[in-house]
Design a protein around this ligand. Structure first.
Ligand code: ARG
Length: 413
């Protein structure tokens, strides 16, 4: 039989390193690793060497950061997509892109299988596999964590030592951490108890609000059709802008989230998130929309935002529904151009000003001064007709109930 070829989504961590060796042995296969750069800072150093030492025959490092920001993060930002009104979905947004990159390499290298290191009770396995099914149904997916014999970290470490796979000597974090440019997700350890406050060492990229500077930091963000293009007056590409804003907002303790969320696989879990730029940009974008979107579009878009978030969270990124929602969102963004000034202070973001060439705010209509041009006399007729159905139905109800009372009185007698 021909030797199978398996492309593994490789992070360089313990699980995926064990996967490389384990699959090679179990399937007598050639292993190709694919690692995506989504703007995670620490993780990528030494990854190719480690992949080879774990038994990889070929190693691919893909820089996906620009594509991640422009094709995944910005559409989600424009849609206002926050899962359960809170989580900006750094992890969830990364999966379809990683799966796409993996499937592309797998097809080019004529692999029969792809493999990932997601566990059997998380959302990520679903996102990963649904994306692969959508883009390359001919590839079979392997999920070693759902079936292998290892029951603990120690057993995996032992396996590594037996096979000469380098394991970090540093004391391992008690948390499970996933990181990229849009945010960090942290779970496990003491965080599993929702009554326990997250300890300081759980946080990876933000300063504690109480340790943040005692004076506020002001930033301005300029948007063009819903996309941030300038930070503090300086034109920047999306990747640089997000990195820079992560630093500024993170230094002010902005972007920490503590969420008990509903997983797709039916359980509730508690996760800590750090997303300084994501939280700040969603806030700024929403403020600009308040100024530039008409009422009905704005209210409708808020409902759509939940559906859009569900698409991302539940792993159906490559779907006609998402494309249709994008078409609606992009139409609404034509006027979301302008500048928002923000005050960042000890974990908090406040709006400190907003302006747009397409602003619908009309001072002459809003003012209570002599400049006022609003037609007050028109309000009287408007209210008469607007309130008419309520006047009518309440009058009828009063009569109905009066009638019922009379009948009941008669029956008593
Ligand atoms: N709960 C988040 C999601 O489903 C993050 C999952 C990964 N979390 C982690 N700490 N490794 O999108």
């Amino acid at each position: 039989m021909k030797r199978p070829k398996i492309a593994v989504a490789y992070s360089g961590g313990l699980d995926t390193s064990v996967i490389v060796k384990w699959l090679q042995e179990k399937y007598n296969a050639d292993i190709i690793t694919v690692t995506g750069n989504l703007g995670q800072k620490k993780e990528l150093i030494g990854v190719p060497e480690k992949a080879y030492k774990s038994g990889a025959k070929k190693v691919f490092m893909q820089n996906l950061e620009k594509e991640f920001v422009e094709e995944y993060i910005f559409p989600a930002l424009k849609a206002g997509a926050l899962y359960e009104h809170t989580y900006p979905m750094a992890t969830s947004l990364g999966r379809p892109l990683l799966a796409k990159a993996l499937a592309e390499v797998a097809k080019r290298e004529k692999c029969t299988h792809v493999a990932h290191g997601c566990t059997g009770k998380g959302n990520d396995q679903v996102r990963f596999e649904v994306a692969v099914m959508s883009l390359a149904p001919e590839l079979k997916v392997l999920a070693p964590l759902r079936e292998w014999e290892f029951k603990s970290r120690e057993e995996e470490v032992e396996y590594c030592q037996k096979h000469g796979i380098p394991v970090k000597a540093t004391k391992d974090s008690p948390y499970s951490i996933d990181e990229n440019i849009w945010g960090t997700s942290i779970e496990c350890g003491i965080l599993e108890d929702p009554m326990e406050v997250a300890p300081q060492d759980a946080y990876q990229r933000t300063v504690a609000p109480e340790k943040a500077p005692d004076h506020p930091t002001y930033v301005t963000i300029e948007f063009k059709e819903g996309v941030p293009v300038k930070l503090n007056g300086v034109k920047m590409d999306g990747v640089s802008l997000i990195h820079k804003l992560n630093d500024i907002a993170g230094a002010n303790g902005v972007g920490r989230l503590d969420l008990v969320e509903n997983r797709l696989v039916g359980i509730k879990s508690r996760e800590i998130y750090e997303a300084p730029a994501a939280v700040t940009l969603h806030f700024a974008h929403r403020e600009l929309e308040r100024l530039t979107l008409d009422k009905e579009t704005m209210h409708y878009k808020a409902k759509l935002a939940n559906d859009y978030a569900a698409i991302i969270y539940n792993g159906t990124w490559f779907s006609p529904f998402r494309q249709a929602l994008d078409a609606f969102v992009n139409e609404t963004q034509k006027c979301v151009t302008g500048l928002v000034k923000l005050k960042l202070y000890k974990g908090n973001v406040e709006v400190a000003g907003r302006t747009s060439p397409y602003s619908l705010y009309d001072m002459k209509l809003a003012t209570y001064t002599v400049e006022d041009t609003f037609d007050h006399s028109a309000a009287e007729g408007f209210i008469k007709i607007y309130g008419l159905p309520y006047k009518t139905v309440n009058a009828v109800n009063r009569r109905k109930f009066a009638g019922v009372k009379k009948v009941l009185k008669r029956k008593k007698r």
